[in-house]
Ligand binder design. Structure first.
Ligand code: DC
Length: 230
């Protein structure tokens, strides 16, 4: 069967990753969570003192150190899903904390960070057979993707999902803080100068506010089947 490129973009915490990962596993494609790559760079900045006391990032230093940041993915046999590694260390858990979520947007807005990560993402997708999720996959990373989906859900529903996810992992979570973080990231993601979050003209729109995971999965599988049959 023809192998294609699948780009799934949308707002934070709207269940993109879950549907993208499940589809990739079912159809035997590589799955890449591009947000995890921006999170890993942010974790590097936090671990190495690149955020100043006022919360501003030392962009000059990060630009000098960008070449030293290696991001890779390693299959976790326990979950059957890829874990994110930063310079060889598994950081999958650490990149999902609220601290990283609260610092990631300014890092993802830096043009040299985007340039470096987009180049890596394009290399990963050179042979097709890939499902990648993020914010700019259908617009910038893979503008020629055969299947593009733009996922959305209300901020309140997304904050609740994120809250449930953190609680299930036994992490500290406050619904009001999460909602504020979701809205703030939506704003920054849509208004940054480089690759702002927007729906590609040819992307299918999916509002999953009132869909179950099983319903979303079925919808996406149907779109995949249509895309490979043309
Ligand atoms: O999907 P996520 O919440 O894990 O993404 C983390 C941050 O990275 C988010 O604030 C937006 C940014 N991001 C981006 O700018 N471009 C992407 N392709 C993926 C994520």
């Amino acid at each position: 069967m023809k192998r294609i490129t699948i780009a799934i973009d949308g707002f934070s915490s709207c269940g993109k990753s879950t549907m993208a990962k499940d589809l990739a596993r079912e159809i035997g494609y590589i799955y890449i969570d591009s947000g995890a790559m921006y999170r890993a760079v942010t974790l590097y900045c936090l671990d190495n003192g690149l955020f100043r006391a006022d919360g501003q990032i030392d962009a000059d230093r990060l630009e000098r150190e960008m070449g030293r940041i290696r991001i890779s993915f390693r299959l976790n046999p326990a979950t059957g899903r890829p874990d994110t590694c930063l310079n060889g260390t598994d950081v999958e858990e650490r990149i999902r904390t609220m601290e990283v979520s609260a610092h990631v947007s300014p890092v993802a807005a830096l043009p040299f960070v985007r340039q470096a990560l987009v180049a890596q993402q394009q290399e990963m997708g050179r042979e097709k057979g890939i499902v990648m999720d993020g914010r700019d996959i259908g617009t910038t990373v893979f503008p020629d993707a055969e299947l593009k989906v733009f996922v959305t859900a209300s901020p309140e529903i997304r904050a609740q999902r994120r809250y449930d996810e953190l609680k299930a992992k036994g992490q500290e979570a406050d619904y009001a803080d999460i909602l504020q973080n979701v809205k703030q990231r939506d704003y920054i993601d849509q208004h940054r100068e480089v690759s702002p979050l927007r729906r590609a003209d040819d992307a299918l729109l999916l509002d999953n506010s009132h869909l179950s995971i099983a319903e979303q999965k079925a919808w996406l599988m149907e779109q995949y089947k249509k895309a490979v049959s043309v």
